[in-house]
Write a protein that binds this ligand. Sequence first.
Ligand SMILES: NC(=O)C1=CN([C@@H]2O[C@H](COP(=O)(O)OP(=O)(O)OC[C@H]3O[C@@H](n4cnc5c(N)ncnc54)[C@H](OP(=O)(O)O)[C@@H]3O)[C@@H](O)[C@H]2O)C=CC1
Ligand SMILES: O=C(CO)[C@H](O)[C@H](O)COP(=O)(O)O
Length: 512
Amino acid sequence: MASKGLDIKTIAMIGCGSMGGGMAQLFAENGYHVALEDPSQDQVQAVLVAAKASNIPSDRFSKHTDYKSLCEALDSPKVFFWSLPHGGVGDKVLEGLLPYLEKGDIIVDCGNEHWENTERRQGKCVTKGIRYVGCGVSGGYQAARRGPSMCPGADDETLALVLPLLRTVAAKDNNSNPATGAVGTGGAGHYCKMIHNGIEHGMMSAISEAYTIMRKGLGMNLDEIGDVFEQWNSKGELQGTFLIWISRDICRTKNMEGKRVLDEVEDKVVQDYTGEEGTGVWSNLEAVERHVPAPTLTVAHYLRIASGDRHQRAQIQKTFGTGTGDPNKDHTAAFPPEELDVDDRGKFLEDLRMAVYTACLAAYCQGMLIIEKADKEHHFNINYVELMQVWRAGCIIQADYISETLLKPIYDNRDLKSESSNPLLHQHVASDLKRGFPSLRKVVASGVEADHVIPALSATLEWIKYMSSTTLPANFYEAQLDYFGNHMYDRKGDDGKGLPTQGKHHVEWKAA
Ligand SMILES: NC(=O)C1=CN([C@@H]2O[C@H](COP(=O)(O)OP(=O)(O)OC[C@H]3O[C@@H](n4cnc5c(N)ncnc54)[C@H](OP(=O)(O)O)[C@@H]3O)[C@@H](O)[C@H]2O)C=CC1
Ligand SMILES: O=C(CO)[C@H](O)[C@H](O)COP(=O)(O)O
């Protein structure tokens, strides 16, 4: 099948692991011939076996162990999809391919690559007339097979060429529109995918915290919790939220012995240690470097990295001591989470739902603030309407209500050059955060009282307070800075605007 933008029938898939393998089958299912290349022949074989099981004709694939034969199997222009680990691997593959590439050939890098690597490679390719698209892909291996969310960034001409191809395979939203679009120039696609993952981590943490509150704080069993997630996902502010939906399944899934799989899972996330993924680290570095407070994302990340070294936590736990003397108490933590003092469980669960929603909305807002800042500073020329569409299906942060009701109206039909896209400056978003605040405060207060681990929920509460206040404890902070460092301060109302510029006053708080 030929795509409208490119008259090709064959594509290459370089990297045939979880994601690349799924996408290879997806392209083949859509009529393309897929030339497979991966150093692991087992991976390539696994793709062919899975494709056979899906009744995809075997002649839709060819296997290649060198770039020459891979390139000979392709049409002109040659189109390569990459699904590789981030970092040096991509550079190595590009070096290997370059001798066989011609003007007009296209590379679509579908890994979670760092956007600066993407732009560096785009710079290298452009001198040879080769088009390099940084295309974040989301939804995990199942979406890769069924149809992922695809977030491409490149120059307009290149995007116009590849988008018909991406639209063919991308996930489709409820109106059958593909979850892809012309997101922006240069590394914009990988930048937005990186922030997608930052938002993802904030949402995941808030939901995981709610799970523990239900399990340990309210004494609910997994069937009951699964039912709660199902209800949350079916109506109201959390409806159509992919992570809530999979949370239901996680609660219900049993192993061969009929026991819950979740109860076998150790409490540690190690991707940041193994270097397997980088998006969480990078998105938080971006937030800090661009002066965007994104605590829901950041504390979620701290929880992950604290969790990763469980061995160290066990040692610290011993140092703190866990003995309360009461054999009925939980002895698996220095500050074991206790049952919550809740009068009306139904009412509290409604507060919990709103608290989780508020944290998810906050994570989205914080992510969008980082993107907006980077866009202004780096001139990604982001098309926010298209970006919203990328997140409407197939991706991990899919959240129908947040996207459709709250964020989309900010970007639709607006001239963002003259109007701010800061979600917090839009009344309907501010109203929703304000509406969720009392529930979030109740949940955080109860959670804190009972020693629950609730970083994303509590950090979101603080974020809402400090982002909407003009009487922060920062006046005292500023005074301390001026006292010891002569760092200067503004007097109340000095410039009338409170812009982030250095103050003009210093006081000798104590004679030197
Ligand atoms: N898993 C997920 O849920 C998602 C992953 N991603 C991103 O997609 C990319 C791929 O991830 P995933 O499929 O999970 O990872 P896998 O490890 O399953 O797949 C990566 C594949 O790339 C192969 N590879 C390594 N070096 C080369 C090379 N020089 N040439 C060709 N192939 C090579 C690996 O082979 P070998 O095993 O022999 O090293 C492996 O088969 C990553 O950037 C990841 O961050 C994006 C969204 C979701
Ligand atoms: O990109 C993804 C989803 O969007 C991948 O699932 C990725 O593996 C998640 O890893 P991490 O949590 O370390 O970012």
